[in-house]
Design a protein around this ligand. Structure first.
Ligand code: MRU
Length: 368
C-alpha cells in the first residue's frame, strides 16, 4: 500500500522506478476500496496487467505497453536480439484487441529498439521514447480539457448559470489516461473555472468502471456526481436532466465511428432522440486511420463470462464476489460497442473540436 501517489495533486496511474527496471501501476481492479500498487518486472507481468485490467483505458494501455517494450529491451539477449524483440512486441501487441493505443505504442516503440545494436543504449532509447509517450498523453488530455471547456461554458450561459448536467459512461478519467482523462478533462476544466456542473455516472456493468473509478475520481476532485444504473440515461434525457453527454473512446475511425465501452451506443441513440449533444473526447492516438467502417471492422473484445455472472463489492472490510444469475445460465460478455458517426455531435481532441467525419478530422490532423 502506497498512498503517496494517491494523495498527490496530480496522481498518475503508472510510473517507473528510478533504475528503469520495473513499472509500478495502481491495481484498478480493487479501487475504490483498496489502493494497491502492483510492481511489473517483465513482459509477462505487463501482459497480465493489461489482460486482467489492473490497467485499462486506451491511453493508459498504450503507456503501459510502451513501458512493456522497455522491459522487453531490458530482458533481451545481448547478441542477435532482433527476432526476440520483434516476437515479444508481437505478443504484447495482441494482449487486448479493441484499444488501438496498444498497437500504436508498440509500433512507435519497436523501431527505436531495432535502430540500436548496443543493449544499454537500446534500453536508454526505449525509456526515453516511453517517457515521451507518457508526457504526450498527459498533455493531450490537458488540451482536451481546454477545448472542451467552451462547450460547457456555453450551456451554462444558456441556463443562466444553473447547474450543467453532464452524463458519462465507463471511466475515461485520469486512471485511464495518465492525467486529466479524456471525457473528464472538460469536466475538471469547467469545475476549476467555477462553472456549476453535476455528472451522471453510468455504473457501467459488468466491471463497474463508472461506479468504482469515475465516481472515485470525481469525488476526490470535489465534483458533484451521482451514480446511476446503465439503463437510467434515457429516462433522465427525456426529462431534461441531461444537458450533454461526453464519453471517451478506445478506437475511433477517421470516418467518425466510435468504439467505446459496451452500452455507449444506446446512450448515443437516446441522446439523438432527445436532441442532446453527444461528444466524444479523444487524443489523436486513439484514431485508427486504417479502418473505414467501425461497426464492421473494429474488433470487439469478448471477455470471461464470469465478469457478468459474478459481481464484486465491498463488505465488512474486504472485497467479495457474488454470483448473480442461476449457476448454470450462460452469459455473454461483449466489452465494447460501436457508435456510428451519425450519432456523434463532435470529437474533442488535443487540437480542437471537429465533426465526426473524415474531412473535418483531417482538417485538424493534416499531418497524420
Ligand atoms: O475495458 P476498459 O476499462 O479498458 O475500457 C476502456 C474504457 O474505460 C472506456 O471504454 C473509456 O471510455 C475509453 S478509454 C479512455
Amino acid at each position: 500500500m502506497n498512498c503517496a501517489n494517491a494523495e498527490k495533486k496530480n496522481p498518475r496511474p503508472l510510473w517507473t522506478d528510478a533504475a528503469g527496471k520495473t513499472v509500478k501501476v495502481i491495481d484498478q481492479r480493487l479501487l475504490p476500496h483498496e489502493y494497491v500498487i502492483a510492481e511489473l518486472k517483465n513482459l509477462d507481468d505487463i501482459i497480465r496487467a493489461i489482460k486482467e485490467m489492473y490497467v485499462r483505458g486506451a491511453p493508459l494501455i498504450g503507456a503501459t505497453a510502451a513501458c512493456g517494450v522497455c522491459l522487453i529491451a531490458v530482458h533481451a539477449p545481448e547478441q542477435n536480439a532482433e527476432n526476440y524483440l520483434k516476437e515479444e512486441c508481437a505478443r504484447l501487441r495482441a494482449s487486448r484487441p479493441t484499444a488501438v493505443n496498444l498497437a500504436w505504442a508498440v509500433d512507435r516503440m519497436l523501431p527505436h529498439l531495432l535502430a540500436e545494436k548496443n543493449k544499454e543504449k537500446r534500453i536508454a532509447a526505449a525509456w526515453e521514447e516511453a517517457e515521451t509517450i507518457i508526457e504526450l498523453e498527459a498533455e493531450n488530455c490537458r488540451k482536451i480539457g481546454e477545448y472542451g471547456l467552451p462547450l460547457i461554458r456555453e450551456i451554462s450561459k444558456k441556463k443562466g448559470g444553473k447547474t450543467v448536467n453532464l452524463l458519462t459512461h465507463c471511466n475515461a478519467g485520469w486512471l485511464a489516461c495518465i492525467e486529466w482523462g479524456t471525457a473528464t478533462a472538460p469536466m475538471y476544466a469547467a469545475h476549476m473555472a467555477g462553472i456549476d456542473i453535476h455528472v451522471w455516472v453510468d455504473e457501467t456493468r459488468p466491471l463497474n468502471q463508472g461506479a468504482r473509478l469515475t465516481a472515485w475520481e470525481l469525488g476526490k476532485a470535489g465534483i458533484k456526481h451521482t451514480v446511476i444504473t446503465d439503463n437510467a440515461g434515457g429516462h433522465l434525457m427525456q426529462h431534461g436532466m441531461v444537458d450533454m453527454v461526453i464519453t471517451g473512446t478506445d478506437r475511433s475511425t477517421y470516418t467518425g465511428d466510435v468504439a467505446n465501452k459496451i452500452g455507449t451506443y444506446l446512450k448515443a441513440l437516446a441522446a439523438k432522440d432527445n436532441n442532446i449533444p453527444f461528444y466524444v473526447a479523444l487524443p489523436s492516438t486513439t484514431f485508427d486511420r486504417t479502418l473505414r467502417d467501425g461497426v464492421r471492422e473494429i474488433p470487439i473484445e469478448e471477455r470471461d463470462p464470469d465478469e457478468i455472472r459474478f459481481i464484486q463489492g465491498y463488505e465488512k472490510g474486504s472485497i467479495k464476489s457474488v454470483l448473480v444469475p442461476p449457476e448454470d445460465s450462460p452469459a455473454g460478455n461483449y466489452a465494447f460497442d460501436v457508435t456510428p458517426a451519425r450519432l456523434v455531435s463532435g470529437f474533442i481532441t488535443e487540437r480542437g473540436i471537429c465533426r465526426a467525419e473524415e474531412k473535418d478530422i483531417r482538417r485538424l490532423f493534416p499531418d497524420q
